[in-house]
Design a protein around this ligand. Structure first.
Ligand code: NDP
Ligand code: MG
Ligand code: MG
Length: 340
């Protein structure tokens, strides 16, 4: 059974008297640091001396120092620099780790694939909001929270889970729900989701749909709207009401067509490809490939990215999206009326 924790399940005493070092002040870093700070916890942000985020963190009212100084003074050290940078930052701060400290992550890649091997005298835990940092911050400021995961990899003190839960509460997670998982499960499901469905699968589905229509002589603009733009409406319906909520809202024709043709498009062959993709995640092949790719300066990544940027659907979509910019302008106007 899955453990899900809410408001009263967390005991703030496990975090409230501790100093938390937040290493990195990007998407997740700024949200964790500010939410912890507003929850009354002593926060120190760790950044390299030439960091572009240093002055912003200070402007936001936070204490900032270098990652090794922040680690040396903190009880809990949260790693929120990019995953590919974390092993080097870990080496740089290792001397500042004391017995009973906690090393925390918002994603388990480096621990699960042994790119970071913490000493046995610290706790190793995770508090991972299921959303980008600006949402994590905005939800908290609005009095709510973003759902989060917690996990314990190493429990030296015996209090690792209580502390992770208290941390999740302090960043707003328990206001929405905190699910207990493991580093292995978080990493493998996260990588699979982004590869097979969310980022890889869906962009490929969109491109194939677009190409099929354009190759058959339909207008690129029509193909863009039908295969990319309208996706948001469908995803919003699924987000609100699951698959049933979506089927309920579309026409009977769309429902019958989708139900009868969907499994022909994404067929058993696609399912087998998904299983192969999962296997590469489970056996470490994908991780090895990505680590080597980074060490080599990302040659394959750059090529793949360029190929995607040059797809015709991007050139067709940009001017169409500009036509709808008035929507954003309306929203921005509303926001700037709020006193700073
Ligand atoms: P970002 O890319 O937004 O973080 C960049 C931050 O790291 C900046 O403050 C940058 O400062 C700093 N940084 C970069 N290089 C170094 C360095 N060598 N030394 C010190 N600081 C450095 O990261 P994210 O917030 O996206 O990701 C952080 C963690 O959160 C990752 O583990 C990620 O998997 C996880 N996560 C991310 C989510 C998201 O939506 N983004 C969601 C859930 C988890 P500067 O370059 O100015 O020095
Ligand atoms: Mg991910
Ligand atoms: Mg239609």
């Amino acid at each position: 059974t899955t453990n899900i924790y809410y408001g009263d399940d967390a005991d703030a005493s496990h975090i409230e008297d501790k100093t938390v070092a937040v290493l990195g002040y990007g998407s997740q870093g700024h949200a964790h640091a500010l939410n912890l700070h507003d929850s009354g916890i002593d926060v120190v942000v760790g950044l390299r001396e030439d960091s572009s985020s240093w002055s912003q963190a200070e402007k936001d009212g936070l204490r900032v120092t270098t990652p090794d100084d922040a680690t040396a003074e903190a009880d809990v050290i949260m790693f929120l620099v990019p995953d590919t940078i974390q092993p080097a930052v870990f080496e740089a701060v290792l001397d500042g780790l004391e017995e009973g400290n906690t090393v925390m992550f918002a994603h388990g890649f480096n621990i699960h694939y042994n790119q970071i091997q913490p000493p046995e005298y610290v706790d190793v835990t995770m508090a991972a909001p299921k959303g980008p940092g600006h949402i994590v911050r905005r939800d908290y400021e609005n009095g709510g929270g973003t759902p989060a995961l917690i996990a314990v990899e190493q429990n030296y003190t015996g209090e690792a889970k209580d502390e992770a839960l208290a941390y999740a509460q302090a960043i707003g997670g328990t206001r929405a729900g905190v699910i207990e998982t493991t580093f292995q499960e978080e990493v493998e499901t996260d990588l699979f989701g982004e590869q097979a469905v969310l980022c890889g699968g869906v962009t490929s589905l969109v491109k194939h749909g677009y190409e099929t229509l354009v190759d058959a002589g339909y207008s690129p603009e029509m193909a863009y709207f039908e295969c990319l733009n309208e996706l948001k409406l469908i995803v919003d319906l699924m987000y609100e009401g699951g698959l049933g909520g979506m089927w309920h809202s579309v026409s009977y024709t769309a429902e019958y067509g989708g139900l009868s043709r969907g499994d022909r498009i994404v067929d058993e062959g696609v399912r087998e490809n998904m299983e192969d993709t999962l296997e590469e995640i489970q056996n470490g092949e994908f991780a090895r490939e990505w680590i080597n790719e980074n060490q080599a300066g990302r040659p394959a990544y750059s090529q793949l990215k360029q190929r995607d940027e040059q797809h015709e659907i991007e050139a067709v979509g940009a001017p169409l999206r500009d036509l709808f910019e008035w929507e954003d302008d309306v929203n921005e106007t509303e926001q700037t009326e709020v006193p700073a």
